[in-house]
Design a protein around this ligand. Structure first.
Ligand code: ADP
Ligand code: MG
Length: 551
């Protein structure tokens, strides 16, 4: 009778469930398992820190639509990867963390790297379980995958002890399970669909907000049809960007604050009224704002602001329902209304306000001038990764996204340091697309060693570091003998030299007039590149009406 071991059965089960990528770091007790996963046809990417590997895994899950895996050693390896679990939970993205664990028969003895991993993972997960028997591995993988993508997506944890990895069972003892089908696309109550359209028709200043839940649900075709037919002004959330193209004439992204504050009705699609959306409350929103809310998670309905209409279910299915219901109505939002005029005027004023910074050729440069050349150069289908406070916020306004799921950033959790892991995931899962990562110097530093990962796998990520020598607002001028400010980093540090040393291509661009040539050179290079652009430490955003995190 043929036998199978735990490592083989785990690899087979993951592959059967559509887990095609595994990001991790090997060591006790998972070394042999990673090799088994490769033999099974899973692409294994060895990274330099579990934190970055866990970031890569959930970005890969979001991009591919199936949960992808992060593999770690026991104890500290698992703890490091909790960063990604927590980030995935907050972003509602799927992933499977597989943590090696000390052997079950040593539990409680103070084993090597023994830790209460399942217990500790649980708060960051939708599902966390230890694997207790070799023959039940396919069962646990099925459970993990299902929990990860059904309902609101999220991370899951499987504890994989040494004795299970090496343990064996007879093939005919194995509990076989079916591949978890794509999540059922649940529809909303048809009365609520009609109520939503009636509410929209009654609004004077309507606004559609498209969140990353819609990007996850692959609703871009339905949303485009809905916006084209209703002619409603819309706004993409930070990672909803591209679900409707940012450069669509109905986008009011350039007048975001005004659109949110003055709308009398907001149709919230797959986005939450959390800090990113200023809780839906004054002064950032109209105190009487009416909300139509579409979400797959019933408990989300009414969070912070009561919803007038609730559309509970899958985004793609529900916008399809709305489009069909529109067939019976001859309604669209008129082309000339005072609301459109207000939004257009504000968008123009905002663009005018930053134009002097875009046109400013002084050395060292500022964010807006740097983004001008980046935007001119950006390929239409680039997956754009952005992080670092100003770099991300200004980049979001300057770099347009035209396709869904082509923007990755610090997200709901506001995590800095996700960038290189996300870039690795984007490059591995989308080898035919340009991957462009624009980071601040601080954000870059969190996982800078992943440059070596990019070189090793020859991932042609185009990195740009906008280097203001500090965290957030840039350096303070140092006086002799003064204590170094907490946010200070080395101004002009040659991060591009790190990549050169590791075997990639680095460029240092001081004068913005040289930036375009450097970008072209980077794009022509077949491998990872890093363009380091020192910024004026005092460069910042255009003045904002509201302070950050204003409630
Ligand atoms: P954003 O940051 O873009 O505003 P959030 O992460 O705050 O987006 O919100 C995304 C929302 O999308 C979550 O509340 C989540 O429950 C929801 N969601 C996830 N998957 C789907 C889906 N298939 N259909 C509809 N909504 C979804
Ligand atoms: Mg900085």
């Amino acid at each position: 009778m043929a036998t199978v071991n735990g490592a083989q059965l785990m690899a087979r089960s993951l592959k059967q469930q559509g887990v095609d990528y595994m990001f991790g770091i090997v060591g006790f007790p998972v070394q042999g398992f990673a090799a088994e996963a490769q033999r099974e046809g899973i692409t294994y990417i060895g990274m330099r820190n579990e934190q970055a590997a866990s970031y890569a895994a959930h970005a890969a899950g979001y991009l591919t639509g199936r949960p992808q895996a992060c593999l770690t050693v026991s104890g500290p390896g698992v703890i490091h990867a909790f960063a990604g679990l927590a980030n995935a939970k907050q972003n509602c993205w799927p992933m499977i963390l597989i943590g090696g664990a000390s052997p079950v028969y040593q539990n409680g003895m103070g084993g090597f790297q023994e830790e209460r991993q399942v217990e500790l993972a649980a708060p960051y997960c939708k599902y966390a379980h230890g694997i207790e028997h070799v023959h039940r591995i396919p069962y646990y993988v099925n459970q993990a995958v299902r929990h990860s993508i059904y309902g609101r997506p999220g991370p899951v944890y499987l504890d994989f002890p040494d004795d299970i990895i090496r343990g064996e069972c007879e093939e005919d003892e194995v509990i076989d399970t079916a591949r978890v089908p794509e999540p059922p696309r649940t529809q909303a109550d048809p009365d609520a669909v009609e109520a939503a359209l009636t509410a929209l028709e009654s609004a004077e200043r309507p606004l559609v907000v498209v969140g990353k839940g819609m990007a996850w649900s692959r609703a871009e075709d339905e949303i485009r049809e809905f916006i084209e037919r209703t002619q409603l002004p819309f706004l993409n959330s930070p990672m909803g960007k591209g679900t409707m193209p940012d450069d669509d004439p109905l986008s009011v992204g350039a007048a975001r604050s005004t659109a949110l504050r003055e709308a009398d009705l907001v149709f919230l699609m797959g986005a939450r009224l959390n800090w990113i959306m200023h809780y839906g409350l004054p002064p950032r929103f109209n105190k009487d704002v009416r909300i139509i809310q579409l979400d797959i998670e019933p408990e989300e309905i009414g969070a912070n602001v009561p919803a007038e209409v609730a559309l509970v279910g899958d985004g793609k299915a529900i916008v399809g329902q709305l489009n069909r219901a529109l067939d019976n109505r001859q309604w669209f939002y008129p082309s000339e209304t005072p609301w459109r005029a207000v939004l257009q005027e504000k968008a123009q004023a905002n663009m005018d306000a930053v134009q002097p910074m875009i046109d400013d050729d002084s050395v060292p440069t500022n964010y807006y001038r740097a983004f001008k050349d980046i935007v001119d150069w950006l390929p239409h289908d680039a997956i754009i990764i952005g992080e670092g406070a100003n770099t991300m916020d200004i980049g979001r306004t300057q770099m347009p996204n035209r396709l869904a799921r082509h923007r990755l950033d610090a997200g709901t959790y506001g995590t800095m340091g996700v960038g290189l892991g996300f870039a690795v995931a984007a490059a591995v899962t989308n080898p035919d697309k340009p991957i462009v990562s624009v980071q601040g110097d601080s954000a870059f530093g969190f996982t800078g060693m992943e440059l070596e990962t990019m070189v090793r796998y020859n991932l042609p990520v185009k990195m740009i570091v906008l280097n203001n020598g500090g965290i957030g607002g840039g350096v303070h001028p140092l006086e002799e003998g003064r204590t170094l400010p907490p946010g200070n980093l080395t101004y002009g540090a040659h991060y591009e030299g790190m990549l050169e040393a590791l075997g990639g291509k680095g460029l240092y661009v001081e004068d913005p007039k040289d930036l375009r040539a450097a970008l072209d050179e980077a794009m022509a290079y077949n491998g990872p590149t890093l363009i380091n652009v020192p910024l004026n430490p005092r460069a910042g955003r255009k003045p904002q009406q509201f302070g950050w995190l204003t409630t």
